[in-house]
Write a protein that binds this ligand. Structure first.
Ligand SMILES: Cc1ncc(COP(=O)(O)O)c(C=O)c1O
Length: 383
């Protein structure tokens, strides 16, 4: 191991999760797996071929840079959409590579028409409409000009979708806001259809849409977090588990993150550990250093709070997490030695450190912790 830690990606767990989410979906609804944020930290280039083996043939990324990464490893027959950032310089590249993309400004639409004309190739676009999230999307004030441009340039455009994004479908507290979004979206689609604009796919559902609001499953769904084995919220997880007889979580975390014990020291009672004075030993202690710190994605917020697994036991982070290493209290592990496996996320024996347990400790989201995992940690695909 030349790097200080590595990430394992489980093929069978990924397949399990995709099959579980697909079990909610009609056969004629297209399944798009969202792989933005470096495939939620799992690694786009390592994971895309494995996702394809699990039967997915449409990917969604945020930017042209991510699309470029996916393009270098995906099968030609798989489709791809860019849901966010696309410089006007990259529009011809997207068109030539058959990549569809969101259009949420008139300037991007006009650039697309110009490039499509020059290339003599249709631009495949998803018209994003604003339904209440107030992030990106056309508002009704743009509709007249938008529809006119779409109609006038029919021969240069393929309207792959009309879409919107739900603002918090993972929590029941947003119920009324989500219902309003669904209603408004359908009104907008009707309006576009009445004006002769008929998209191939109507799409609004993310993981929480699919799992919580079956009516949001239209012609296509864009599913992210659940594929990787996480629930969009604890509330949704508990609701699904309570509805099952066996209470076994159907989603399984695809990712594990592991390192090794670098060194072990004996520290007498009454000594401070690491920078500052945040941790004072209350007994003669044995402390192991682990070569992973905040510079590698293990948040400094987990100082004196985080836990890792060593020798099939849960042990605590002591003192502040440093840039490149952390210290853990191994006083109660009689056989611990240099080189022993350290599990930062994942299983060892009967124990597991989950990403959500991190989130509980430092108030971050699953999404946030995963996407902060550095790109250069080696990823290894395991069964
Ligand atoms: C436009 C869009 N669609 C779909 C998704 C996938 O969401 P989730 O990971 O909750 O399934 C996201 C993620 O934030 C998104 O921004």
């Amino acid at each position: 191991m030349s790097r200080t830690s590595y990430i394992e990606l489980s093929r069978s767990r990924l397949k399990n999760n995709i099959d579980y989410v697909k079990s909610y979906i009609n056969k004629n609804c297209r399944y798009v797996m969202v792989i933005k944020g470096n495939a939620y930290g799992h690694g786009i280039q390592d994971l895309v071929p494995v996702i394809e083996e699990c039967g997915v043939d449409y990917f969604a990324v945020f930017s042209a840079a991510e699309a470029e990464q996916a393009l270098s490893v995906k099968k030609k027959s798989c489709d791809m959409m860019i849901m966010g950032f696309l410089d006007k310089e990259h529009i011809p590249w997207a068109i030539e590579n058959g990549i569809s993309y969101y259009v949420f400004t008139l300037s991007r639409l006009k650039e697309s028409i110009k490039s499509a004309k020059e290339l003599k190739q249709k631009a495949k676009i998803h018209i994003e409409v604003e339904s209440g999230m107030n992030r990106t999307g056309f508002r009704s004030t743009d509709f007249d000009e938008l529809i006119q441009l779409l109609k006038e340039n029919k021969s240069h455009l393929q309207i792959e979708g009309i879409c919107t994004h739900l603002a918090g479908a993972e929590s029941i507290t947003n119920y009324d806001r989500i219902q309003d979004q669904i209603d408004l979206y359908h009104e907008i689609v009707d309006y576009f259809r009445e004006n002769g604009i008929n998209p191939t796919y109507r799409h609004i559902a993310c993981s929480a849409g699919v799992l919580n609001y079956p009516e949001t499953q239209l012609d296509l769904v864009r599913v992210g977090i659940s594929n990787y084995g996480y629930w969009p919220s604890n509330e949704l997880r508990m609701r699904k588990l309570l509805a099952q007889k066996d209470f076994i979580d159907p989603l399984q975390a695809v990712l594990s993150w592991k390192s090794k014990v670098m060194s072990i020291s004996n520290i007498p009672e009454g000594e401070y550990i690491s920078y500052g004075k945040s941790y004072l030993t209350n007994r003669d202690s044995k402390v192991a250093s682990v070569p992973v710190g905040y510079g590698y994605g293990f948040s400094r917020d987990l100082s004196n709070l985080g836990r890792v697994l060593i020798n099939e036991k849960r042990v605590s982070v002591v003192g502040v997490v440093n840039m490149n290493m952390m210290l853990v209290d191994v006083t109660d592990l009689p056989n611990v030695k240099e080189g022993d496996e350290v599990v930062l996320i994942g299983r060892q024996g009967d124990l597991e450190i989950t990403v959500s347990s991190f989130s509980d400790m430092n108030n971050s989201l699953n999404y946030e912790l995963l996407t902060r995992l550095p790109h250069d940690i080696p990823r290894i695909v395991v069964e």
